[in-house]
Design a protein around this ligand. Structure first.
Ligand code: NAD
Length: 501
């Protein structure tokens, strides 16, 4: 069997095990694998009529789901978590086929889905509101949290299933149906998730209309953006996309949760444990072929360490096995497309023009024909020039140097994005100063910028969009808050001592 047929067959088998077995094969949405560029299947994009019917159905389903007690809603995500556990390797296989992640990272992504189901199940009994002391005698003042409505989810290619689960597991326990527009690059993983959720719903007696998948490109996403029945639009992707989506949702007074691009930096100070730093930096910068929103892109190193650390990272980069993610020992799989490599080359050329020195990498390397395989690039930069201040979604690590700690923090914060950040130091004062001064949504000490756990709130500031997903109290975005005052006295005192009549 040639690889084209082999990968298509593997995808079809994994899909069938997840419950998807009636795929149309002649649609206009061509799904390929970045491993060798071959076609997996051709799907039909969702039509405007189907899209409208999906949102209508989700909105109708909301009426009943909102009235279902939250702990009963929790039973659905419990079952979903069980099914995800059962089909962990099937979903991971699809993630590797559609995105090119190495199996360990693909399995890790599915584990995140299972973890967030656990979290959401517990949350279903903990959607707490507060009670505040009322200033009026015989009165009770409290806040209560209520389901919000239909949640629209738009997701990016690089975390094709985890981002869906962060949104969907939480939305479902909060009482909200979900309409999902996955990346046009990753519809197969989406169909598998949808089938598993539908099965979970059928088994626990939850309504069918709680979940819908819309297949297609930006135009399908834009229909979600503009539809007033979408109470919350959670959109993950590039800053370019967020600039379009954010104002349009705001124009209809909808709620928007934006998870956009990052340009993540790490500071390495003289006291850092360099062995640990090198390991953390290499995973954060080169893992997932530099295609994580939290990928480490800027290393801000004390000048006394710069030569030594750069040399060690270059050696580690050169030792990374790059190639077919299904091959044993491979740590760096393909880029998602030719376009990604073009963007990488253009960024490296600009860095060169700005006086940067390419230490290693940045070249196409051998891999299956038809795939785009590159060596992670390490570039020493004299300054944080415009190209360094932009996110290039490919494995490029820029190295900048500093002498004064305040300058390092200023360099770190001197970019438009604000997602993830790290410091490598054994000096507690430096660590605490960094945690207080990093302007990112995520700030770490002695670990890399990528690989967040689901228990914390995930997201970033500035052009990253300000949204928070997953753990902590991110659930509040998926609900509406009501402030309630109850008078259990037979008097009618007005607040602030106002007298009226
Ligand atoms: P992208 O912006 O090209 O596409 C993301 C999604 O938005 C896709 O589903 C796409 O169809 C849709 N879309 C694009 N334009 C749209 C529009 N005008 N209206 C509605 N929908 C639209 O991003 P990508 O290439 O798939 O993913 C990479 C980007 O995503 C990177 O910038 C990365 O940093 C970011 N990302 C961010 C996070 C986060 O949590 N902050 C997570 C993953 C990826």
């Amino acid at each position: 069997m040639n690889t084209t047929a082999q990968y298509a067959a593997r995808a079809a088998d994994a899909l069938a095990r997840c419950g998807v077995d009636n795929l149309a094969a002649d649609g206009s949405l061509v799904v390929t694998t970045p491993i060798d560029g071959t076609e997996l299947v051709r799907l039909h994009p969702t039509s405007a009529t189907e899209l409208d019917a999906a949102i209508t159905n989700a909105a109708e389903t909301f009426a009943g789901w909102r009235a279902t007690p939250a702990p009963v809603r929790g039973a659905l995500v419990r079952r979903l978590g069980e099914l995800l556990t059962e089909h962990k390797s099937d979903l991971a296989e699809l993630v590797t086929l559609e995105v090119g992640k190495i199996p360990s990272e693909a399995l890790g992504e599915v584990q995140e889905m299972i973890d967030v189901c656990d979290f959401a199940l517990g949350l279903s009994r903990q959607l707490y509101g507060r009670t505040m002391p009322s200033e009026r005698p015989g009165h009770r003042l409290m806040e209560t949290w209520h389901p919000l409505g239909v949640v629209g989810v738009i997701s990016a290619f690089n975390f094709p299933v985890a981002v869906w689960s962060w949104n969907t597991a939480i939305a479902l326990v909060c009482g909200d149906p979900v309409v999902w527009k996955p990346s046009e690059v990753t519809p197969l993983t989406a169909l598998a998730c949808d089938a598993l959720l539908r099965r979970a719903a059928a088994e626990v007696g939850a309504p069918e209309g709680l979940h819908h998948v819309l297949l297609g490109d930006a135009a399908v996403g834009e229909a979600l953006v503009d539809d007033p029945r979408i109470a919350l639009l959670s959109a993950t992707g590039s800053i370019r996309m967020g600039r379009i989506v954010g104002p349009r949702v705001a124009a209809r007074f909808g709620r928007c949760l934006l998870e956009l691009g990052g340009n993540n930096g790490a500071i390495v100070t003289p006291s850092a444990d360099l062995d640990l730093t090198v390991r953390a930096v290499v995973f954060a910068a080169a893992g997932t072929a530099g295609q994580r929103c939290t990928t480490l892109r800027r290393l801000i190193v004390h000048s006394s360490l710069a030569d030594d650390l750069t040399g060690r990272i270059a050696t580690a980069f050169s030792g990374l096995r790059i190639g077919n993610p299904f091959d044993e020992g491979v740590l760096v799989g393909p880029l998602i497309s030719d376009h990604s490599y073009e963007a990488m080359r253009a960024a490296l050329d600009r860095a060169d023009d700005d006086g940067g020195i390419l230490v290693t990498g940045g070249e196409r390397v051998d891999g299956p024909d038809g795939g785009v395989y590159v060596s992670p690039a390490l570039v020493r930069m004299p300054d944080q020039t415009d190209v360094v201040r932009e996110e290039t979604f490919a494995p490029i690590l820029y190295v900048l140097t500093y002498d004064d700690f305040d300058d390092a923090v200023a360099l770190h914060n001197g970019v438009p994005q604000g997602l993830s950040s790290s410091i490598f130091t054994l000096d507690q004062r430096e660590a605490e100063r960094f945690l207080a001064q990093s302007d990112c949504g995520i700030a770490n000490v002695n670990i890399g910028t990528s690989g967040a756990e689901i228990g914390g709130a995930f997201g970033g500031e500035k052009e990253t969009g300000g949204g928070r997903e997953s753990g902590s109290d991110s659930w509040k975005t998926y609900m509406r808050r009501a402030t309630n005052t109850v008078n259990y006295s037979d008097e009618l005192p007005l607040a602030q001592g106002v007298e009226f009549g």
